[in-house]
Ligand binder design. Structure first.
Ligand code: SAM
Ligand code: SF4
Ligand code: SF4
Length: 341
């Protein structure tokens, strides 16, 4: 059996470096921009357990991505990843994979007070916690479940206390939470956590996206600069999604993920596995490649590797560049809660 690591590149010469795994399509929040409560109601047909990739199947796939393609970083996401039962068990399995240097999780933070310690012990390195406002009434309305800011702040504290790395994500929407940009920046500067602003994106088909509702990277940085001067700094590595800025007073950094105003498709090296086991090569793809069928169909590791490699080799995605050129209208897309951001 050929177990040598080989790099695989797509049609635009982008290597496969990074894997994001959505472990569930369920969530205890109903963020208006992601899973609006009107559409994700009590009768919503969420995936059943047998439809999800099992932990053993995920472990096998992760081993292939790391061992065969040289992926060094895996991010677990959802839906809300901590809604999946026994996540520390999955992390233990991943943490045993040689060559996997970085295991991260994106979470809404609400369940971190329960799980942070167990996740750290299992081998998780860091969490990115999503929080869109420090103002309670606004945050309750955005998360659609009336969850208070304190609940998430407790989660952040629990992660820090457990020794996990912590970053914060804030989706900025015009007319919704732009007032929170400065308070969030001040608060997390003080706390010593990197805050990353995310431009509101047209993911999925349900969030009523309009370009007019986007506050751009330039607008965010201008605003911050007026109060807390910051300068751009180099990316940590090629393909990093956030543009980085450092406060001139030396008190830390912020980032901006500018999918809309400044597309970064040219260096996009991320593959995504949906909760149902489809491989997506773009966050805005219409469909994925059914890896679960292959895994359950008895393919050998070599055959699986070859199938995945051929999907990546044929990849041409550059949705955000096409969006900027107005070449994307009317295309049906996968929902964010299904593929995980
Ligand atoms: N439930 C977890 C959470 O909220 O962190 C993980 C999944 S969530 C889909 C991953 C990230 O995508 C979150 O930071 C969320 O704020 C972001 N997100 C969801 N919908 C978005 C949109 N329309 N535009 C920009 N970011 C979005
Ligand atoms: Fe849930 Fe995260 Fe989507 Fe909010 S952004 S609804 S927390 S999956
Ligand atoms: Fe990557 Fe698709 Fe986002 Fe471009 S639009 S950066 S190809 S996920």
């Amino acid at each position: 059996m050929n177990t040598e690591t080989r790099r695989v590149s797509d049609k635009r010469e982008r290597p496969l470096r990074d894997l994001r795994i959505s472990v569930t399509d369920r969530c205890n929040f109903r963020c208006t921009y992601c899973m609006p409560a009107e559409l994700f109601g009590p009768d919503y047909p969420f995936l059943q357990k047998t439809e999800l990739l099992s932990f053993e199947e995920l472990e096998r796939l992760a081993k292939l991505f790391v061992g065969r393609f040289g992926v060094e970083k895996i991010r677990l996401t959802g839906g809300e990843p901590l809604m999946r039962k026994d996540m520390p068990e999955l992390i233990k399995k991943l943490a045993r994979i040689p060559g996997l240097n970085d295991i991260a999780m994106t979470t809404n933070g609400s369940l971190l007070p329960v799980y942070a310690e167990k996740l750290k012990q299992a081998g998780l390195h860091r969490v990115t916690v999503s929080l869109d406002s420090l103002e309670d009434e606004r945050f309750k309305a955005i998360n659609g479940r009336g969850v208070s800011v304190n609940k998430v702040l407790e989660g952040i504290e629990a992660a820090k206390a457990a020794g996990l790395g912590v970053k914060i994500n804030m989706v900025v929407q015009k007319g919704v939470n732009e007032k929170d940009i400065l308070p969030m920046a001040r608060y997390f500067k003080e706390k010593g956590h990197i805050l990353r602003f995310i431009e509101f994106m047209d993911v999925g088909n349900t969030n009523q996206w309009n370009k007019k509702d986007v506050i751009t990277k330039a607008e965010i940085i201008d605003l911050i600069n007026q109060h807390m001067p910051a300068e751009p700094i180099e990316a940590n590595y090629k393909g990093e999604v956030a543009s980085r800025f450092r406060y001139l007073d030396g008190s830390g950094e912020i980032g901006v993920i500018s999918s809309v105003s400044d597309a970064f498709c040219a260096s996009c090296n991320r593959a995504r596995l949906s909760a149902r086991g489809e491989l997506f090569t773009c966050l805005f793809a219409s469909s994925g490649f059914d890896v679960r069928k292959l895994v359950r169909g008895g393919l050998t590791d070599d055959e699986l590797t070859e199938s995945i490699a051929s999907v990546w080799r044929n990849r041409t995605d550059q949705y955000s560049i096409d969006r900027a050129l107005s070449k994307t209208d009317g295309k049906k897309k996968v929902e964010m809660s299904y593929i995980g951001g």
